[in-house]
Unconditional design. Structure first.
Length: 150
């Protein structure tokens, strides 16, 4: 049987050790998504098949509450660091301690809402990972044969 914990409580931080921004209490949902792009296979005259190249890319996808009244908040951070590669650490559930670390390229968070009176205002944002993020199992959880380490 699979033991899958609930989402949260957890943490999401951005930035390096000199300026960490904890945005955990602004995150409604968060996921590390993967996409696969594969070129077509090529069949050779002899019948052999040359496999097409495959590229995997990851993104950090979030729905966040806009903190427009906070000068040092996530909305301003995303704007001030637009286009920069920023470290992140995502812990979906403190109960198991599984973390995802990596770098994301910051894009400013959308400001506003689709209709008046919506509170709180939220934005969906998806930041591209630079390279592949690293998955780390929680303390005491063994690495399996399918774990990938660089």
């Amino acid at each position: 049987m699979i033991d899958s914990p609930a989402f949260g409580p957890g943490t999401l931080t951005l930035g390096d050790t000199t300026s960490i921004l904890d945005v955990s209490c602004q995150v409604e949902n968060a996921k590390v998504n993967w996409d696969s792009n594969k070129d077509d296979d090529v069949t050779m005259l002899c019948g052999d098949i040359l496999p097409g190249a495959q590229t995997l890319t990851a993104t950090l996808a979030l729905t966040v509450v806009q903190d427009l009244a906070t000068a040092s908040g996530l909305v301003m951070y995303s704007f001030e660091h637009r286009g920069e590669s920023v470290p992140f650490e995502f812990l979906p559930s403190t109960a198991v301690g599984f973390t995802v670390n990596g770098l994301v390229t910051m894009v400013p968070i959308a400001v506003g809402a689709d209709e008046p009176g919506v509170k709180p205002m939220t934005s969906d944002v998806e930041w591209s990972c630079v390279g592949e993020p690293v998955y780390t199992p929680g303390p005491g959880l063994p690495l399996t044969a399918s774990s990938h380490a660089d």
